[in-house]
Design a protein around this ligand. Structure first.
Ligand SMILES: Cc1cc2nc3c(=O)[nH]c(=O)nc-3n(C[C@H](O)[C@H](O)[C@H](O)COP(=O)(O)O)c2cc1C
Length: 328
């Protein structure tokens, strides 16, 4: 193993680590805020939550910020494994520095497993898809694979049955309606969806917005709302598969782990030819979020995913250059 391929003597990342950091930054994040910073040091990388990129209105506690950082942590770990080194992940390693979301300790050279190779290959192919999916049922065995993928990192994933799905979608519609009438929410959305943001490397670009469901059954977040941009309607799948991610607690460590599990589910879905859309609105309105936790042994809902076979592919959304996210 040539160490300079990973860490240069001046502490800067070498080419192997640079590729892994690019994979980390390809992670999904709330409104594509990319709220992470990387601090490489001899054989470790700290992934730091960038509090300046928190969404004040949508995410006052920074919960979705930490979930997003957790997704980047997962990608970084998988990429390092796929590049042939062991990667141990410590979540919230310093009790007095909660901004350090995770520390990744690089270990000895190790032949990558086929699972790590497949997940790493899916990283650049995973995109949030807000368009209609095909009217093709996702087989139960495939959904079971997704729940197994997510049942890690102290997170539990369940597939909503028909009754739970109608309840979740109804609550998500309510949440979307609550949010869209809030001028502060709209202003924040506008700030992260600037149309034609030439040269902009964060935020949700217009070609990533999806249409409205003509039957109003699937309440995708309305990204056109921020700038008053009208969005077309379209026929969406009648029978969406809906997954729910729960954790045992609701601390920053739980949020980071939920983000790791979320990304594992999303990459596994990508490997299986599926696409997904988070439907987070219901988790962002506290009164609605607690309704869905009732009866689930005190577990806390962290995210809702719509999953299906994509009818149209999505393009990658922009990312900031790695240099902008490196800290000494
Ligand atoms: C914690 C979290 C919550 C998200 N919530 C939503 C959501 O409610 N609606 C949505 O359409 N996308 C949601 N997304 C997806 C992001 O908007 C998306 O990851 C980002 O714009 C980057 O695009 P990409 O996923 O295609 O790389 C969420 C992502 C994360 C990590």
């Amino acid at each position: 193993m040539n160490d300079q391929l990973w860490f240069r003597p001046d502490g800067q990342p070498g080419p192997e680590l640079r590729e892994c950091l690019t994979a980390a930054a390809a992670a999904p994040s709330i409104h594509n805020t990319q709220p992470w910073l990387f601090r490489p040091r001899a054989d470790t990388v700290d992934v730091v939550a960038d509090w300046t990129r928190r969404l004040d209105v949508l995410d006052p506690d920074g919960r979705e910020l930490y979930v997003s950082v957790g997704a980047a942590v997962f990608n970084l770990g998988v990429a390092i494994s796929a590049h042939g080194r062991r990667a141990d992940i410590l979540v919230l390693p310093d009790a007095d520095r909660p901004e350090v979301a995770a520390r990744i300790v690089l270990g000895r050279a190790r032949r990558p497993t086929s699972a790590a190779t497949a997940l790493a290959a899916a990283i650049p192919r995973r995109h949030t898809n807000r368009r209609p999916f095909r009217d093709r049922e996702v087989p139960a065995a495939v959904l079971a694979d997704l729940t197994v993928a997510g049942d890690r990192h102290r997170t539990t994933v369940i597939v909503a049955d028909t009754t739970l799905r109608s309840a979740v979608l109804a609550l998500a519609r309510t949440a979307e309606n609550v949010q869209r009438t809030d001028p502060a929410y709209r202003a924040e959305l506008a700030a992260w969806t600037t149309p034609g943001g030439v040269g902009r490397r964060d935020g949700v670009p217009r070609d990533a917005f999806g249409p409205h469901d003509e039957h109003k059954a699937i309440p995708l977040r309305d990204f056109g709302l921020g700038n008053g941009a009208p969005i077309a309607t379209a026929h969406f799948e009648r029978d969406p598969a809906v997954l729910l991610l729960f954790t045992g607690g609701d601390t920053p460590a739980d949020w980071v782990r939920a983000g790791m599990a979320l990304e594992r589910v999303l990459l596994t879905a990508t490997v299986r030819g599926l696409a997904a859309t988070p439907l987070s609105q219901v988790v962002e309105v506290p009164r609605l979020r607690s309704l869905l936790a009732g009866g689930l042994e005190g577990r806390v809902l962290q995210n809702v995913l719509r999953v299906g076979y994509p009818a149209t592919p999505m393009r990658p959304t922009p990312r900031r250059p790695i240099e902008e996210t490196l800290r000494p």
